[in-house]
Design a protein around this ligand. Structure first.
Ligand code: FES
Length: 576
């Protein structure tokens, strides 16, 4: 009966027999759409971050066509729209500066347009989190289709991983262990297909988290970008979003506190990127869900590293997929997960896990045969980071988990780059490198420079790791004993601002402490002096000014303060 047919949001626009309805429909018909597609069927927006300036997402226009197939087939009307694309390897000063801008664009595009559900097409590091933040503030039925990882990199008969190989090779060149011509030759072999970095970098991590949170169909994270099965997944996602709209299955019903906890457990099992901490905190803020830094440590610290992928291990995303993909890894930590969490596949997470199988126990380890016992995210506290700092133990050197050393301080990353090859730099292997000015406000945008390259003179001595501390982030593909996201950042007047070369610092990872060996009185006196000489705000216009004045600190996910929370999907005023 007609009375039983659900009335979707888009009908407020397309279902009207008046002047405004004429306007809304008539111009859409210029795209070749027939009358009957405005008959009350679900309208599905496909939010596409395709761009030739984002190589990881360069195939998403083609993938969108497969989503459309599924939407049409299920009786919906697919309408694709673009969103700002953030190419991690191309944009300066850092894509993190623009994640919130993407989120604003996505939020207003979804709310302002006559769509009933949305498919988020993204992959490169900031695109998926930015899209999800925006979508969360509207709360329509939502599904993610990720770019998928690149094929494994190849160089001289060996597999090499995105990013991870770059960091290793560039240090080898600086240490005189690799010829520059060989370094340059590795470029083409490393990136040989569309798709995201095929290490467990930020993009792979977030694709895994999206899948673990039930926001994407099974195996979304691991099917290679160019594998035909990704097209099938896109097609099936088109069907699934129509079903989700018909069931009024909104994002907030999937993305719950339980889903966030599942994501945090997943970070540990896969050796996921520290960047995921920021993005999950920001997304939780959009949905009004309680989540804080200590949740990451509490939920992940008893889960070992089970997926043997670079940078914490040795294999790559193709290997992960062929070994059984994320569901097979989640099976190993099933007792830690909320198995009754709903998914966009229409079943519970536990149902997906139950059907999974591991085909290679070298890549996906059993719980009691882990790659490494220490994994997850360590959240450090102490007088150097009153708001917390984080460390990824699976990517760090165990011998440096507990370390006391003399600080060698750099006020900016440019300052460090200018000095790192200086043979007269007063540094030894036991020193702690301290970098300031790289937080959300300070850089601005919190770049991925926390994994400072080691000083050349130490590389020449065979040093492979040192403790490094900063208010910056680190690429998910990077490794080392690197303490990140020091909060408050130096530009916000955190104690990091007053550390001087020669100060002693103690890291005690197992006890989660980071201590500047100064008295409270000395710290207070230095901070008073710092405030008197504090530099004035450098940015006087545009998005940079908006960002610097409103960005939250890392322990809150670096969202803009006025974007926290949601406004729903209602639009009450007409356009004409
Ligand atoms: Fe795009 Fe790594 S640069 S995912």
């Amino acid at each position: 009966m007609a009375a039983d047919k659900p009335k979707f949001r888009s009908q407020d626009v397309y279902g009207r027999p008046d002047r405004d309805g004429f306007i809304h429909r008539s111009w859409m018909k210029s795209e070749g759409l027939p009358d009957d597609v405005f008959d009350g069927r679900p309208v599905i927006g496909i939010c596409n971050t395709w761009s030739e300036l984002t190589p990881c997402n360069a195939h998403l226009r083609e993938l969108a066509d497969y989503v459309k197939r599924g939407v049409w087939e299920a009786g919906g009307l697919p309408l694709e729209f673009p969103a700002m694309s953030l190419g991690e390897t191309q944009m300066r000063p850092t894509t993190m500066l623009f994640r919130n801008l993407l989120a604003m664009e996505v939020e207003e595009s979804i709310r302002g347009n006559p769509i009933d559900g949305v498919v988020l097409l993204g992959g490169c590091d900031k695109t998926t989190p930015g899209q999800l933040m925006g979508a969360a503030s509207v709360d329509l039925p939502t599904i993610v289709v990720s770019s998928g990882p690149m094929l494994n990199g190849k160089y001289r008969g060996c597999d090499i991983g995105s990013g991870t190989a770059v960091w290793k090779f560039s240090e080898a060149v600086r240490a005189g262990e690799m010829k520059l011509t060989d370094f340059m030759a590795a470029e083409s072999g490393m990136s040989r297909s569309p798709g995201t970095c095929m290490t467990m970098g930020t993009a792979s991590t977030f694709a895994c988290l999206v899948e673990a949170m039930g926001l994407a169909l099974p195996y979304n994270a691991t099917i290679p970008a160019v594998d035909a099965r990704r097209r099938v997944l896109a097609h099936q996602s088109g069907r699934a979003i129509v079903a989700a709209v018909k069931a009024d299955l909104r994002l907030s019903q999937i993305l719950t506190r339980a889903a966030l906890e599942n994501a945090i457990c997943t970070i540990a099992a896969i050796g996921g990127s520290t960047n995921a901490v920021l993005h999950l905190l920001a997304i939780a803020g959009r949905l009004g869900l309680p989540l804080n830094l200590t949740d990451f440590d509490r939920l992940s610290s008893d889960i070992p590293l089970l997926v043997d992928l670079q940078p914490s291990g040795q294999y790559l995303m193709e290997d992960f997929h062929y070994a059984g993909g994320l569901p097979a890894a989640l099976k190993q930590i099933a007792s830690k997960l909320h198995l009754d969490a709903p998914t966009v596949a229409g079943c519970k997470l536990g149902d997906i896990i139950a059907e999974s199988e591991c085909f290679n126990e070298t890549v996906i380890r059993a719980f009691d045969h882990p790659v490494r016992t220490e994994s997850g995210i360590w959240v450090l506290h102490g007088n150097l980071c009153p708001g917390g700092a984080i460390m990824k133990p699976s990517a760090a050197g165990e011998t440096l988990y507990h370390h006391r050393g003399r600080a060698v301080v750099f006020e900016t990353i440019e300052d460090y780059k200018a000095k790192m090859d200086d043979p007269d730099l007063d540094v030894d292997k036991d020193c702690i490198l301290v970098l300031k000015g790289c937080g959300p406000k300070g850089y601005p945008g919190m770049p991925e420079v926390g994994n400072l390259p080691l000083p050349r003179k130490l590389l020449a001595q065979g040093v492979k790791d040192m403790v490094r501390i900063s208010d910056a982030r680190m690429s998910g593909t990077a490794f080392g004993t690197v303490i990140l996201h020091v909060t408050p950042e130096s530009d916000a007047g955190g104690p990091l601002a007053i550390v001087k070369t020669g100060d002693e610092i103690t890291l005690n990872g197992p006890e989660r402490s980071l201590t500047l060996q100064l008295s409270d009185q000395d710290i207070a006196a230095r901070l008073t002096e710092w405030r008197m000489n504090r530099p004035s705000q450098r940015y006087k216009r545009g998005y940079y000014q908006l960002y610097v004045e409103h960005v939250l600190q890392a322990d809150k996910g670096c969202d803009l303060d006025f974007l926290v929370g949601s406004s729903g999907s209602t639009v009450v005023r007409e356009s004409h």
